[in-house]
Ligand binder design. Structure first.
Ligand code: PMP
Ligand code: GLU
Length: 397
């Protein structure tokens, strides 16, 4: 009998990756699609990082590494946390994984028992809720709408907590909204958590460097939560290294130990070559980060202007990451050639098929009235994409 397990039957495929794949399929058919679906920098990995990877190959880094990653890389991450975040860690609290994605999943598998509740503010990154399901936990979704800048309040967090709450996932700067929690806002959330000492905080900081309002603030800076916060980060976004698959967690030692054990049985360490490249990234010159950040900022300003000119799309000004998440509910319920577009996922499909622009509907992010455009694309592509989106939306009735 060809029957996959219940665990995997319940799991939804990644919508971000699915839309990107669909866009590539259309491209392979010769259709000129502009892909603003998957979120990844369109820059090449800086040369000094690529050279370090080449050197690792030449130096025969071809043997198994410790499951949590090379000590030299974990030390480089400890230095980074000290230098950039003013946080003190030891290398035995760092676990390197196949992307930040695996680090999030490891952390959830390490702490969630069946039925445990995980508080997830919406809009959320697509994979959180699926990973919680994989760990047999229960998602408790706390919605934040565009009027509140897509950020939850301390009162909302407090109201969502029950005796079964095991973890709280925070993503700032946020995918998909681009919102950034200020230090004061983080302090408000930390105050609530101080009254609930058993809740683990998963702080996803992969967009740390793509911030347009100043320096990055981590919730781990607050004493009340520091010893139970798992920081998630990696090199994908900061150094344009999405395909290298190298992320990490900085965690309480008991969680790091559990995740090291898990990787020891499950994946072993991430690739040695990616590890040595990441080590070079953290130890080398950091100016590439600022160059890319500035480019993203220019594109953000451009796309806000372009989208604001499209009637019916409601936008706010994201403060970080490289996503624009306009409210498109004006268009859901409208139809094209007699076919009604029910939600943002269907609207994204329509824009792909009719406008040849790939975006991701907000449904997969827990926000069915919004749509996500990744603006990690050239200014020329952004202009043409928004021209097409405007034209396709105008054809709806
Ligand atoms: N967290 C968030 C919020 C993301 O947007 C991504 C990128 N998909 C990840 C984690 C995972 O990044 P990676 O696995 O490429 O390090
Ligand atoms: N962060 C990206 C996105 O959300 C990568 C895709 C993924 O890992 O799901 O589009």
């Amino acid at each position: 009998m060809k029957q996959v397990s219940e665990r995997l039957t319940a799991l939804s495929p990644s919508e971000t990756l699915a839309m990107s794949q669909k866009s590539n399929e259309l491209k392979a058919q010769g259709i000129d699609v502009i892909n603003l679906s998957v979120g990844e920098p369109d820059f090449f990995t800086p040369d000094f990082i690529k050279k370090a990877a080449g050197k690792a190959i030449d130096d025969n880094f071809s043997f198994y590494a410790p499951a949590a990653g090379f000590l030299s890389l974990r030390n480089a991450i400890v230095d980074k946390l000290k230098r950039e975040n003013r946080l003190d860690y030891t290398p035995d609290r760092i676990v390197c994984s196949n992307g930040a994605k695996q680090a999030v999943c490891n952390a959830l598998l390490a702490v969630i028992n069946p039925g445990d509740e995980v508080i997830v503010p919406a809009p959320y990154w697509v994979s959180y809720v699926e990973m919680v399901k994989l760990a047999e936990g229960r998602n408790v979704i706390v919605p934040a709408d565009i009027e509140r800048d897509f950020k939850i309040t301390p009162a909302q967090l407090e109201a969502a907590i029950t005796p079964r709450t095991k973890a709280f996932i925070l993503c700032s700067p946020s995918n998909p909204t681009g919102s950034v929690y200020s230090k004061e806002e983080l302090r408000g959330l930390a105050d609530v958590l101080s009254r609930h000492p058993n809740i683990i905080v998963l702080s996803d900081e992969v967009y740390e460097h793509i911030n347009y309002v100043g320096q990055h603030e981590s919730i781990a800076q607050f004493d009340e939560v520091r010893e139970r916060t798992v920081i998630i980060n990696g090199v994908s976004k900061a150094y344009a290294m999405t395909g290298w698959r190298l992320g990490w967690m900085a965690a309480p030692k008991w969680i790091a130990d559990a995740c090291g054990k898990l990787q020891g049985q499950y994946t072993s360490s991430p690739s040695n070559i990616a590890q040595k490249a990441a080590e070079a990234a953290y130890l080398g010159p950091q100016d590439c980060i600022e160059t890319m950040r500035r480019a993203f900022e220019r594109r953000r300003d451009l796309i806000i202007g372009l989208v604001s000119d499209i009637p019916g799309l409601k936008v706010r000004r994201p403060q970080g990451a490289f996503y624009l998440f306009p409210d498109c509910s004006y268009y859901t319920g409208k139809s094209f050639r007699g076919k009604t577009i029910a939600d943002a996922a269907e609207l994204a499909m329509y824009l792909l098929e009719e406008g040849h622009v790939a975006a991701v509907g907000g449904t997969a992010f827990g926000a069915p009235g919004c749509i996500r455009f990744s603006y990690a694309a050239s200014e020329e592509k952004l202009r043409e994409a928004m021209r097409r989106v405007g034209e396709a939306l105008a054809a709806l009735e």
